[in-house]
Design a protein around this ligand. Structure first.
Ligand code: AP5
Ligand code: MG
Length: 192
């Protein structure tokens, strides 16, 4: 079972991935978190990407592609990954298919969390005080939202063709959303 979860900033990708990995014994692969770790650890890569992230732009496809390959190629996570925040454009969506095939895997479910900009602003301003993410101010949150909107249409079309795409209303409660996602996972034949 490999799952893709995408949606705008603050949509609840991380929150839901967190719940689902525990419930179904999967592994969360958040490209945003991996990149933030590089910045915290002040690696060469971290120094290269910090201004890109702080401005709400996308890091290069090659950099994130390399990061995710480390997990896809690791037998420990085989068929147990939730991709949180990857893919973010059509090149990445195609690369994910290619990479999974290379390691004899596939995507079983694609979840799109839909949330309005007003809700995003509210959630991000609330989170700001708790997590202190450098990209969590209103201006950059709006920029992240725009980056998302500018890249997402081809991804939706790409996954619509595969019949794997499920659109979820991300405006309801955390529990309602995770129940809906659990139901979708449980309905996949041969999984449980
Ligand atoms: P990333 O870390 O993925 O950030 P993001 O997409 O902006 O999303 P967030 O993590 O802010 O939100 P989330 O959807 O996880 O929501 P959460 O569950 O936290 O990426 C950061 C940056 O890294 C990018 O801008 C880019 O620069 C770079 N990057 C990452 N991946 C890349 C890629 N593939 N290619 C290139 N560059 C990449 O929830 C938010 C808040 O709301 C929380 O406080 C939560 O408690 C609350 N909440 C959640 N759900 C609900 C609910 N249902 N009701 C009420 N509150 C809720
Ligand atoms: Mg997140």
């Amino acid at each position: 079972m490999n799952i893709v979860i995408f949606g705008p900033p603050g949509a609840g990708k991380g929150t839901q991935s967190n719940i689902i990995v525990k419930k179904f014994n999967l592994h969360q692969l958040s490209t945003g978190e991996l990149l933030r770790k590089e910045i915290q650890n002040k690696t060469d890569l971290g120094q290269h990407i910090s201004s890109i992230i702080n401005e709400g732009n996308l890091v290069s496809d090659q950099i994130v592609g390399n990061l995710i390959e480390k997990y896809i190629s690791n037998n420990l996570y085989k068929n147990r990954l939730i991709f949180d925040g990857y893919p973010r454009n059509l090149i990445q969506a195609k690369n994910l298919d290619y990479m999974l095939k290379k390691y004899d895997q596939k995507i079983d479910l694609v979840l799109k969390l839909s949330v309005k900009l007003e809700t995003i602003k509210k959630r991000i301003s609330e989170r700001k005080t708790l997590e202190k993410r450098v990209d969590d101010n209103e201006k950059i949150a709006i920029k992240r939202f725009e980056t998302y909107e500018n890249n997402i249409k081809p991804i939706i079309d790409f996954y619509k063709k595969t019949d794997l795409l499920k659109v979820i209303n991300g405006e309801t409660t955390i529990t309602e959303i995770s129940d809906e996602i659990s139901g979708l996972i449980e309905s996949i034949k041969g999984w449980l």
